[in-house]
Write a protein that binds this ligand. Structure first.
Ligand code: AMP
Ligand code: ZN
Length: 464
């Protein structure tokens, strides 16, 4: 029986799907305007472990929908400033569409390297403008939204329980928001948020734009998640994930829009929020030079699975403080565990069943709000215990299914599928004499921890 902490009720709750055997899980995806960093990695590894646990431990089929934010997310979550995609385009001297496509690919490559399963459905905001416009129309019709010269806004005073997720009443929230910069004087309440921006004023040159009943413009950031989750998971579904920064603005806005449009409550049963990752006790920032990518970790010689191990050693609801000393300690622990598994593989004749005392303790820990630290302790204990090697391997294979740490590496699975895919793509590029692409793919293979050599028999991969 899986339990997780629900940020809405602020309690640990038993997960009960609406329909037996199947569960919907919507994850707020990345804003694809720049490289993802190790903080993103933490959030998506936490989601991945939740999904794997729901599948393997709770026996559910998980419909995992994750969006790609490629328009409308402004520099401030409170509807202020430039669109992040335009910022990325300026920085890299590319079009917004090129930036979106490149950083979407990059995001998935990094997640593959971290052994994060790809979502069942990955959906882009720009592919779902029709759905977003339709939902905004419903909100205007139902009088939850109003139109000004600059935007269509959601009136937060009309939403029931607007502050439930962030645990404040609307009055307190209004005071907080009023202190922020305000631009549109026709906004009824400071906390009202934009559903659609008109291509006027500061956005008159906005590159991505579409026609709508209110004029040429582009969607606000929040509406995409309400429209796409509804399309793929229905009016009401079970789990919604995101980073803890979404508790105060993005997720209350999603709840307000969705419940207002469908008239159904609750929009989502369980809210799963990952706490942030800090570096040396500070927020990652360009000025501090502490924004690390997964590739930077690999560059320093670490196995990406050691980073995954490091992530899993902090509970998902606790802030994680990344330090190079911590990375080193996690890498050593992971290496020791892998060595034990290698030894086991030499002596075990076959894989034992996934049963026994240590397996039970492992499962209980995972079921209890993903207590992965305890699950890892059970794994270590099991591996070091005096049970037969076959049974130990059974425990390790269960741990691999749930934690995705690639502890068992036979010769075939030694090389991750995505690296093989990159190698195959490189073969195609070489066949097409696209040497620039072939070199780029070589770099990607390198950042995934492998070297590719061109031999008389074709390309050969080996771990770095
Ligand atoms: P973004 O690309 O900024 O839209 O973020 C994508 C997801 O990553 C969101 O759910 C964020 O909450 C999460 N996220 C961003 N930065 C961090 C961080 N430093 N630690 C953990 N999660 C993060
Ligand atoms: Zn979202």
């Amino acid at each position: 029986m899986m339990k997780i902490f629900n940020s809405l009720s602020k309690q640990i709750e038993l997960i009960e799907p609406y329909k037996p055997g199947i569960i919907g899980m919507y994850a707020c995806g990345p804003t694809v305007y720049d490289y993802p960093h190790i903080g993103h990695g933490r959030k998506y590894v936490n989601d991945d472990v939740l999904r794997r646990a729901l599948t393997r431990i709770a026996g559910l089929k998980v419909n995992h929908v994750q969006n790609i934010t490629d328009v409308g997310h402004l520099v401030s979550d409170g509807d202020e400033g430039e669109d992040k995609l335009e910022k990325g385009a300026r920085k890299y001297g590319k079009t917004v569409w090129e930036v979106a496509s490149e950083y979407t690919d990059y995001f998935f490559q990094e997640m593959d390297i971290l052994n994060v399963l790809r979502p069942t459905i990955s959906c882009k905001a720009t592919d779902h403008i029709v759905e977003q416009v339709k939902m905004i129309e419903e909100l205007v019709e139902r009088d939850f939204a109003y139109v000004t010269k600059e935007a269509v806004y959601f009136d937060v005073t009309k939403a029931e329980n607007y502050g439930q997720l962030f645990g404040q009443d609307l009055g307190e929230k209004m005071v907080g928001v009023r202190e922020e910069v305000e631009t549109d004087n026709s906004k009824k309440n400071p906390a009202d948020f934009a559903l659609w921006f008109m291509r006027v004023g500061k956005y008159e040159d906005h590159v991505m734009h579409w026609q709508s009943p209110w004029g040429d413009g582009f969607p606000g950031w929040h509406i995409e998640c309400s429209a796409m989750s509804r399309k793929y998971l229905g009016d009401q579904f079970e789990i919604h994930t995101g980073g803890e920064d979404h508790i105060s603005i993005h997720h209350p806005n999603e709840i307000a829009q969705s419940e207002a449009a469908t008239g159904k409550t609750p929009f989502v049963k369980y809210w799963f929020h990952s706490a942030f990752l800090m570096v040396d006790g500070k927020k990652m920032s360009k000025s501090l030079g502490n924004v690390y990518k997964v590739a930077d970790i690999i560059e320093r010689g670490y196995d990406p699975m050691a980073l995954r191990y490091y992530y899993l050693s902090t509970h998902y609801r606790k802030q994680m403080n990344f330090t190079w000393e911590g990375m080193e300690a996690a890498a050593n622990a992971y290496k020791k565990l892998r060595e034990q598994v290698e030894e086991l593989m030499k002596i075990a004749k076959e894989m034992g069943s996934q049963e026994g005392e240590h397996v039970d303790t492992f499962i209980k820990a995972v079921e209890e709000d993903l207590n992965i630290a305890n699950a890892l302790a059970a794994l270590w204990e099991g591996v070091r215990s005096d049970v037969i090697p076959e049974e130990k391997l059974g425990l390790v294979s269960l741990a691999d299914e749930v934690l995705g740490l690639r502890l068992i590496r036979t010769s075939e699975i030694d090389i991750p599928k995505e690296v093989i895919d990159l190698k195959n793509k490189r073969e195609d590029a070489k066949a097409n004499k696209d040497y620039q692409m072939a070199d780029k793919l070589r770099d990607l293979i390198y950042s995934a921890g492998f070297e590719v050599r061109d031999t008389a028999d074709g390309q050969v991969l080996k771990p770095r």
